[in-house]
Write a protein that binds this ligand. Structure first.
Ligand SMILES: O=C[C@H](O)[C@@H](O)CC(=O)C(=O)O
Ligand SMILES: [Zn+2]
Length: 278
């Protein structure tokens, strides 16, 4: 079974009038991974599609062109990145098979007609992130262990972490999609603090590798009007271009960050000083 939910855009002044349930309904994505199903969210923010595929071993799942796409197949006008956030498995693209371990990624280019998810273990979860695409780029696998790890943050600020860029201008090429994984070091809690915005891109964070009883306190909103979401394992946050996106966990975690929009320049950020936050 597969389902696609549609989410509309919000104006920054709306965010400050939302209560907790409304904030969660607009920006938090829960229940991405349902055993034996593919669940996707079509966000009008840069037309990003987020999804979760949770096939059972021996029962592969095929990605469908849901009605909101109005296309013959999912990647007819789209590119797609798939990251294994738990377990291990295989992704088949037009008959080619890509074997993926924990935190490995496959970029699937526009024009790929048949996409199938196979689990090699119980509880295998494939995270999907897709943006529209007007050019064909080759399908390529990126392995977590083989990707250059950039260490950032400091122990003193409880922000020691590694950033691995998978799909970007100097890595796997794409039409607009940019994606990587950040992993927190033992004893560190903060990602992306001091925060930033990037007015030319929407960004989504999918938090994972967090024990079930732990949480990430994620901050969002314009820098001078912030709110928070309490986020559990394998839940995602959609950050509009005007929103900061950062968080602190009660335990170390990893997250997939993925963007789509006007440009792919990772450094095209507007930094926000901690003292400017309200
Ligand atoms: O626009 C870039 C993204 O917010 C992330 O790459 C930031 C991040 O992973 C981190 O600081 O830990
Ligand atoms: Zn960002």
């Amino acid at each position: 079974m597969s389902t696609m939910e549609v989410r509309h855009n919000t104006h920054p002044t709306q965010l400050t009038s939302f209560d907790t349930a409304q904030l969660r309904a607009h920006y938090l994505v829960e229940n991405l991974f349902q055993a034996g199903e593919i669940h996707t969210i079509y966000s009008h923010a840069d037309r990003a599609v987020l999804g979760g595929a949770a096939p059972l071993p021996g029962k592969p799942l095929r990605l469908a062109a849901e009605d909101p796409l109005r296309s013959k197949y999912f990647c007819e006008r789209r590119e797609l990145a798939v990251v294994v956030v738990s377990g291990k498995g295989r992704v088949q693209t037009d008959g080619y098979e890509h074997t993926l371990g924990h935190r490995d990624c496959v970029y699937i280019g526009r024009g790929t007609e048949r996409i199938e998810f196979h689990a090699d273990a119980e509880g295998t979860h494939f995270y999907l992130f897709s943006t529209s695409s007007h050019a064909n780029f080759p399908t390529v696998v990126a392995r977590y262990a083989e990707t250059n790890a950039v260490r950032i943050g400091t122990k003193g600020r409880s922000s020691e972490r590694t950033i691995r860029k998978f799909i970007h201008m100097d890595g796997i090429r794409s039409s607009q999609l940019v994606l990587g994984i950040t992993t927190l070091a033992e004893g560190s809690v903060w990602n992306t603090m001091a925060p930033h915005t990037h007015d030319r891109r929407t960004e989504c964070y999918l938090y994972f590798d967090l024990p079930p009883e732990e949480r990430v306190m994620h901050l969002l909103g314009q820098p001078n009007e912030t709110r928070n979401l309490i986020v559990a394992n394998e839940q995602a946050v959609i950050s509009p271009s005007w929103s900061i996106h950062c968080g602190a966990g009660t335990h170390p975690y990893s997250f997939v960050w993925a963007m789509g929009g006007e440009n792919q320049a990772f450094d095209d950020m507007d930094p926000v000083a901690v003292t400017e936050l309200r």
